[in-house]
Design a protein around this ligand. Structure first.
Ligand SMILES: Cc1cc2nc3c(=O)[nH]c(=O)nc-3n(C[C@H](O)[C@H](O)[C@H](O)COP(=O)(O)O)c2cc1C
Length: 227
């Protein structure tokens, strides 16, 4: 929610959008000097007081479709309006995915948005990972985008559903071979021995030598469908 103390926050499934022509005021990019302080017990205090200057987000300026706002803000992130003085957002597709166990214990991590349309927000992962296990047990998820350079953040709250194996395989086929091999070799969310990965990669390379690498059964996409 916009609270005047930070970047503008629309909820993707709720009221969105600034006026298409509204200028974006850059937020200060220089961190305050000496922005941290040690505490006596070995902790750290963060004492910067950034003044964020996002434009107002008025309900009357919002498009009725939150996806229209998302696309507009993404376009601004990739190509800030001429004359705005803003620089493009680095990796705007990076988003924080929060999941929770059946008991409601949350966990978050960064994943990459690969597609967004009227059906939802798609990312790819290892289904056996912690996030995969949590989504299987409790499909509700939240996505958070922070586009610092354009002083904006977006939250999506939805229900995650697995892509079909055919959809996952179609995307998997577009990945570089190294990433495809990595998907077979890597066991996400698990502690591994130091020399595990090089061995697993070599094994997968040998297994698929001279062949296309198929999509592993434990790998694929999730679509977060806004509530
Ligand atoms: C910038 C960035 C992008 C990432 N993108 C993905 C991704 O698209 N899919 C994925 O499974 N993990 C991605 N990761 C790794 C995850 O953050 C996480 O470490 C991993 O998926 C295991 O998460 P889990 O144990 O909570 O399931 C990315 C990490 C970073 C820093």
């Amino acid at each position: 929610m916009p609270d005047g103390t930070g970047p503008t926050t629309p909820a993707a499934a709720a009221p969105p959008s600034p006026a298409p022509s509204s200028p974006i005021t850059p937020s200060p990019s220089t961190p305050a000097p000496n922005a941290t302080e040690m505490t006596k017990d070995g902790g750290v205090k963060l004492i910067a007081h950034n003044q964020y200057q996002a434009t107002r987000l008025l309900r009357s300026d919002l498009p009725s479709d939150p996806l229209v706002l998302f696309r507009r803000w993404l376009a601004d992130a990739l190509n800030p309006p001429v004359g705005s003085g803003l620089v493009p957002v680095r990796e705007p597709e990076a988003m924080t995915l929060s999941t929770a166990t059946k008991a409601g214990i949350p966990s978050s991590r960064v994943v990459l948005l690969k597609e967004v349309d009227t059906h939802g927000f798609v990312f790819f992962t290892n289904y056996n990972s912690r996030k995969g296990a949590e989504l299987a047990a409790n499909p509700y998820a939240s996505l958070g985008f922070h586009w610092r350079e354009t002083s904006r953040q977006i939250r999506v709250v939805g229900r995650a559903e697995r892509l079909t194996p055919q959809e996952s395989a179609a995307y998997f086929a577009t990945r570089p071979r190294g990433s495809q091999i990595g998907a077979w070799a890597s066991t996400q969310s698990a502690a591994i021995a130091e020399d595990y990965l090089p061995h697993a990669v070599a094994e997968a390379e040998k297994r698929f030598e001279g062949h296309e690498v198929p999509c592993p059964p434990h790998w694929g996409g999730w679509r977060v469908v806004p509530l």
